[in-house]
Write a protein that binds this ligand. Structure first.
Ligand SMILES: [Zn+2]
Length: 140
């Protein structure tokens, strides 16, 4: 079986469905994805690990084009407000990188995908968000 490793520390792929893990301030409840020495909101210095919801809404987006020498894109970079209010920046996947295709407030959910494989065969797992389509009713 291929070994997998998340591309960022806060993506958890080996404990149930993939999800993001944050650090919740023990004093005021502010959540940060990256480890901090002190809370930006209240200055407290102790945090507890917290599992973040996999769904949220698009708060803001940018369609990114990068030119030479390493032509990249276009792709859609989104700022997502998760269901618990935590903000996460990521790419929007499965959606055309066109202004008409993206909108504020659209419900999205976390998805993971293989971002490459190293020489040892370890697969890098990245995350993004895609439109959280309602499940189609079963036919019949
Ligand atoms: Zn705090």
């Amino acid at each position: 079986m291929t070994r997998q490793m998340p591309v960022v520390d806060y993506l958890v792929i080996d404990d149930g469905p993939p999800h993001l893990a944050g650090h919740r301030c023990d004093e005021c409840g502010a959540v940060y994805l990256e480890r901090r020495n002190a809370c930006a909101a209240c200055g407290a210095r102790t945090f507890s690990p917290t599992r973040l919801p996999a769904t949220g809404r698009i708060e803001s987006f940018t369609i990114v084009h990068r030119g030479a020498p390493k032509h990249v894109g276009p792709f859609v970079s989104v700022l997502v407000r998760l269901a618990d209010g935590t903000f996460v920046k990521a790419n929007l996947v499965g959606v055309p990188p066109e202004a008409d295709a993206v909108d504020f407030g659209v419900p999205v959910r976390l998805v993971t995908y293989a971002a490459g494989t190293d020489d040892d065969g370890t697969e890098a797992i990245a995350f993004g968000f895609t439109y959280d389509e309602p499940t189609a009713p079963a036919e019949g």
